[in-house]
Design a protein around this ligand. Structure first.
Ligand code: BDR
Ligand code: CA
Length: 323
């Protein structure tokens, strides 16, 4: 496994989380040590089921999956089943996966892994509740963390569940705030400014359909509901897929650019969940984040499709006017 970067993926699958997991599991640069599930898009139990489905699809059922927190630190859980479907994967209601390694104790797993693994990173695709709990329990062990990449927040972009707040940080603003304030490393904030530009358009979905096979069918099936939601909610034809960008950025820094800053998460009131990025350095506080602002969406999309469909990589490379 030399040369691979070791990661834990903390997620709340979720349609776009499922696509992010597909990308991670099909990326040879990564060694996924475990997947920890947190409540968010769906209750944790459902998120575990949805994770197993992706592991089955990618022949990765040897990777352990951990049940994480079932509620945000303080707020009551508000899921996004209106966006992702009651089952979190677009009302597909897949049959239960047989096999897999499912364990309790996501928070313990994170702490133990940081204590034993050299250069371990975390890619967080959901609310930061599991990470906040782990950090509260053992701040020291986080000195061993290589990097934290978190899909969440926004800088100049508007919110997606309030005028100013992004879903992951809005669901658990206290968890997010705790992580930003207490982690001694900068959080790589992959927020809505960049993820909003990652859209599976009808053309791209048709391309996926034509590439064919099990993975293509899965993507087409789980995104149908998501596409309908985007049309009704935002007047967009296609769907925004946020989470895979966090995985792609972790692998290839040239996809996004941004800046270092101090960031704070609003914990209550009408701006709950908003990330306040002190880009002008008014507060003179130690920077705790790398805030991403620009993305090469087309480069991302080629990477995403070529990794998910390696057998069609050349066909994809030669496609013009679709991606
Ligand atoms: C985030 O919220 C969730 O619905 C998605 O899975 C993504 O992680 C986008 O705001
Ligand atoms: Ca997510």
């Amino acid at each position: 496994m030399e040369g691979k970067r070791k990661v834990i993926i903390d997620c709340d699958p979720g349609i776009d989380d499922s696509l992010a997991l597909l990308l991670a599991l099909k990326s040879s640069e990564l060694e996924v040590k475990g997947i920890t599930v947190v409540c968010g898009n769906v209750p944790t139990k459902q998120g575990v089921e949805n994770t197993l489905k992706v592991l089955e699809l990618t022949n990765s059922l040897h990777i352990p999956v951990y049940f994480g927190e079932e509620n945000p630190l303080i707020r009551e859980l508000v899921t996004a089943q209106d966006t992702h479907g009651e089952d979190g994967v677009g009302q597909c209601f897949f049959s239960k996966v047989q096999g897999g390694i499912v364990r309790n104790g996501a928070v313990d797993f994170i702490i133990e892994s940081l204590g034993t693994e050299d250069k371990l990173s975390i890619i967080a695709l959901g609310p930061l509740t599991n990470l906040a709990k782990a950090l509260m329990r053992d701040k020291e062990v986080f000195n061993n963390l290589d990097e934290l990449v978190s899909m969440g927040g926004s800088f100049r972009s508007h919110g997606n569940c309030s005028p100013v707040a992004e879903f992951n940080y809005w669901v658990d603003p206290h968890g997010a705030d705790y992580v930003y304030k207490n982690l001694k490393k900068k959080v790589h904030m992959v927020g809505l400014d960049v993820t909003r530009k990652i859209v599976l358009t009808p053309n791209i979905l048709e391309l996926i359909n034509r590439l064919g096979g099990e993975v293509a069918k899965y993507i087409i099936d789980i995104t149908k509901f998501y596409v309908d939601f985007h049309w009704k909610q935002e007047g967009i034809i296609g769907c925004v897929i946020n989470d895979p960008l966090a995985v792609a950025y972790f692998i290839d820094r040239s996809l996004c650019s941004g800046f270092s800053s101090y960031t704070e998460v609003v914990k209550d009131g009408i701006a709950m969940g908003q990330t306040i990025v002190d880009v002008e350095d008014f507060w003179k506080k130690q920077h705790n984040s790398v805030v991403l602002q620009e993305v090469d969406a087309s480069k991302f999309m080629y990477m995403f499709l070529q990794r998910l469909f390696p057998e069609s990589a050349e066909v994809i490379a030669n496609i013009k006017g679709v991606i």
